[in-house]
Design a protein around this ligand. Structure first.
Ligand code: NAP
Length: 537
């Protein structure tokens, strides 16, 4: 019997997470020959796509851009079946990537990192896992995702519910069969809007508990033909290069036109044509003033309101489903597959929680101010403690034992969204203050990971052992992120971008909204100027 070599406890880097970000980080660590340990709380690779197995889960970015670009071979050998890839296919893709590049041996699965403390004397991170492992690392790289800390609201009485309950972001791996069941879904964000049409087809009755009506745009998902796949593969480099420099990391960008300056008939024609195409392009490939000018925004919002009214047959239900009071797009715009049509089904009812709020969960269902809705199962599509939540819950302590949570009491403080002062050699892939969730995630992830490894290479070449932002650079970046957000309509809306979905969370717009291409350029300039704004020791 051959002896099993003990895993190294002194390494160059610890990585947390095995989604897109963790996999690519480990790939780069291996490529550079840096010793490392990687930890993942899930039982396998996939990150978001490991946990979000709810019915209808699918990416809202087209498959040909929702993937890695670091390997031309991978790009050519993998064939996507649909325009928007569904959860099982994305998970297979990530499993394929992990196998193909031999990344799995780097990971300890089913292993939560329970704390990471920076030791000033040795300039190393001491990382602990739930299984009691202790690892000392020079670099700590978080690849924990932006939307991975599931949020179940504290509604009184959940403990007495006799049925089953689920959160979309922690869905049972064996799946859930709702056949013949009375199901309640709380929440009408992207997860609710994707899952409601699918659950409605299975359940004997579906009750949707809606707090804020949402705008939604049709995805128009479809199978890709062989010809399309061939054309996409032929042009993939060009497509991805466009993504790299676009505002949201997609192969399109804002039009060079403003809604308020074009002829209204032409505007209507454009909205209709893009509506038929489906996808995010309807908004983010549209008129450039839509998210900055309230009047321009109202034109887009009215167009979608009309679509809702045209689809939903019962005027009272249509009224309840029609959003008002906040600009379209300032809550993350969902893409749907027949969401509004679902409310025409006989087995679907809508509860407007603004009229009849939930008072408690009882043994047999949900009691609103009006009555008890009898249920066999409850689905919480209630979202996540976004962006900061996945990081603060790790228990990261920097210089002087300060926690990230304590440092960020008034909102996240970072430089470029990748590092934060007082936490030397901590790199956060797609951290708050970077474009992250405002763009195509794999594009954002690859840019961040590449920047981090260029930085580590630079440190190696110059013999520097630690890096952290200067106080001035960090303060200026935080102010810049805020200034950019304040020039848009986003801060006016209660959204998870603003932390508004989590009681007690500071109301701060967290991602960088200056455009992904601009951000990439800024990051490159910082590096070219010898990592301006960072101090090395
Ligand atoms: P979400 O957008 O935060 O939506 C949560 C929903 O639950 C909202 O409708 C919210 O209402 C409601 N809610 C929260 N707490 C509630 C309470 N106590 N009582 C009643 N209703 C409550 O969460 P999500 O749908 O999971 O989506 C989060 C993000 O994940 C998305 O915006 C997107 O970025 C990402 N995501 C992406 C995809 C994709 O790409 N296809 C799919 C799913 C998720 P209010 O609006 O009133 O707060």
């Amino acid at each position: 019997m051959s002896a099993v070599r003990p895993a190294p406890q002194e390494v160059d880097a610890v990585v947390i997470g095995a989604g897109f970000a963790g996999l690519y980080t480990v790939y780069r660590l291996k490529q550079m020959g840096l010793t490392h340990r990687a930890f993942e709380r899930g039982g396998g690779v996939g990150g978001t796509w490991y946990w979000n197995r709810y019915p209808g889960a699918s990416s809202d970015s087209e498959s040909w851009v929702y993937s890695f670009t670091f390997s031309r071979e991978l790009e050519q050998e993998w064939t996507w079946s649909r325009r928007f890839p569904e959860q099982p296919e994305i998970l297979s893709y990530l499993e394929h990537v992990a196998e193909r590049f031999d990344l799995k041996p780097s990971f300890a699965f089913n292993t939560r990192v329970t704390g990471a403390a920076y030791d000033e004397a040795t300039a190393r991170w001491h990382v602990e896992t739930e299984h009691g492992e202790q690892i000392s690392a020079r670099f700590l790289i978080t690849a924990v995702g932006c939307l991975s800390a599931a949020q179940v609201p504290k509604i009184p009485g959940l403990g007495q519910f006799k049925g089953a309950w689920y959160h979309t972001g922690e869905w049972p791996h064996e799946g859930v069969d709702f056949t013949g069941k009375r199901v309640g879904v709380i929440g009408t964000g992207s997860s609710g809007i994707q899952s409601i049409p699918v659950i409605a087809k299975q359940a004997s009755h579906l009750t949707v508990f809606q707090r804020t009506p949402n705008f939604s745009v049709p995805a128009r998902n479809r199978a890709l033909s062989r010809e399309e796949v061939e054309t996409l593969k032929r042009n993939i480099r060009e497509i991805r290069e466009t993504c790299r420099w676009s505002s949201i990391g997609q192969p399109y960008d804002w039009k060079d036109a403003e809604a308020l300056k074009v002829d209204q008939a032409a505007l209507r024609r454009q909205f209709e044509a893009d509506w038929e195409k489906g996808g995010f392009e309807w908004m983010f490939g549209s008129f450039r003033d839509l998210l900055v000018d309230p009047q321009a925004n109202a034109l887009a919002a009215d167009f979608v309101r009309e679509k809702i009214q045209a689809v939903v047959k019962d005027p009272e239900v249509a009224r309840k489903l029609t959003p008002s009071g906040y600009p379209i797009g300032t809550k993350r715009l969902p893409l749907d597959a027949g969401y509004f049509e679902t409310f025409n089904r006989d087995n679907v009812s809508l509860v407007d929680l603004r009229e009849t709020p939930i008072e408690e969960i009882v043994a047999t269902g949900i009691r609103t101010r009006e009555r008890v809705h009898e249920l066999d199962a409850i689905v919480f599509a209630t979202g996540f403690d976004a962006l900061t939540g996945p990081l603060t819950r790790v228990g990261i302590r920097g210089r002087g034992g300060e926690t990230l949570a304590a440092k960020w009491t008034a909102g996240p403080q970072t430089y470029l969204g990748v590092c934060t002062r007082g936490f030397p050699n901590l790199f956060m892939v797609t951290g708050p203050g970077s474009p992250s969730v405002l763009g195509n995630m794999p594009t954002s992830i690859e840019q961040h990971v590449d920047w981090i490894f260029d930085c580590i290479t630079h440190m190696r070449e110059l013999g520097q052992s630690t890096i952290e932002p200067t106080a001035e650079a960090e303060a200026a970046w935080v102010a810049h992120v805020k200034e950019l957000a304040d020039a848009t309509l986003f801060p006016h809306t209660d959204s998870w971008y603003m932390g508004a979905n989590i009681p007690g969370k500071p109301r701060v717009f967290m991602p960088y909204i200056g455009g992904f291409g601009t951000y990439r350029q800024l990051c490159a300039e910082v590096a070219e100027k010898g990592y301006e704004g960072f101090s090395f020791a």
